[in-house]
Design a protein around this ligand. Sequence first.
Ligand SMILES: Nc1ccn([C@@H]2O[C@H](COP(=O)(O)OP(=O)(O)OP(=O)(O)O)[C@@H](O)[C@H]2O)c(=O)n1
Ligand SMILES: C/C(=C\CO)CCC[C@H](C)CCC[C@H](C)CCCC(C)C
Length: 302
Amino acid sequence: MSILISSSTHSILRPSPTLHSSANLSFSQSSPTLPIFRVHIIHRAPYAAAVASSSSAFSVGAGAVLQDAGATAAVLAGSYVLVLTFDALAERKVIQQNLSRKLVHILSGLLFAIAWPIFSTSTEARYFASLVPLTNCFRLLIHGLSLATDEGLIKSVTREGKPAELLRGPLYYVLILILCTLVFWRESPVGVISLAMMCGGDGVADIMGRRYGSMKLPHNQQKSWAGSISMFVFGFLISIGMLYYYSRLGYFQLDWANTTPRVAMVSLVATLVESLPTTKVLDDNISVPLASIVAACLSFGL
Ligand SMILES: Nc1ccn([C@@H]2O[C@H](COP(=O)(O)OP(=O)(O)OP(=O)(O)O)[C@@H](O)[C@H]2O)c(=O)n1
Ligand SMILES: C/C(=C\CO)CCC[C@H](C)CCC[C@H](C)CCCC(C)C
């Protein structure tokens, strides 16, 4: 058995009580400002045990592939059901089309991230998960380029009902989902926070801003104090909720006294970026998550 010790830059992450790989154990010193040390314990088995363990490793591997394929199919089905449901609600005039689009914006990314724990602990799990936004990306391209028609999709996710709109906000949105899944996955607070800002914060800003946004921002007459304050508050609360969810499941543990002000800082950066009069040049679905990624990386480390 050999032990490898490596350090991580997540200075406020603390050791997780529930670990997801039997071969990897993480320990950190109790001070939240000191780095974590990851301890990888590698067993060197004798030949017979190695043969037995390679066949059990094969079945574990096959189990993980089955689990990931099932999870991908279930989440993909969920993404279709979500769009269909909001199309039906808007069609029956239960909710306005604008509200329907914003609820799809808020729910799809957040539910997608909430579903990550149903994927296996294998290294390939994130690639399986990214197939869901990737499939939706192709769906948006096909319908955005009018190679096929899907009235339900167009009504649920566009503002004016033009197919070409699918190639802007919604397409950038799924590309950011792919980026966060592949780069950050469940292992870092950065991706979770950035998705909370793009889906939750930005989505709620729109809903509240449209309803209560009579007082406009001094630097942007298209946006309001109600929208920006809601973005800050909901971006912060949804991020904390998502981090709590992941830490309860044991993916990472956080020192909350340190984490809370850092999340508030990321939420402030995301809110300021969202408030700028740059929407026509740079879509909020790109500027908000990218600014959040940079701010969160500076706060939490990659
Ligand atoms: N900080 C904010 C953000 C949004 N809004 C309100 O929400 C509307 C939509 O904002 P935004 O999402 O930035 O506009 P678009 O990009 O045009 O719409 P969408 O993202 O929905 O395509 C704005 O017109 C405004 O009424 C607001 O008052 N304050
Ligand atoms: C309206 C949108 C953005 C404009 O600001 C969001 C578009 C959403 C996509 C068309 C659908 C994305 C689905 C997610 C990748 C997966 C959701 C899964 C979940 C379980 C419902």
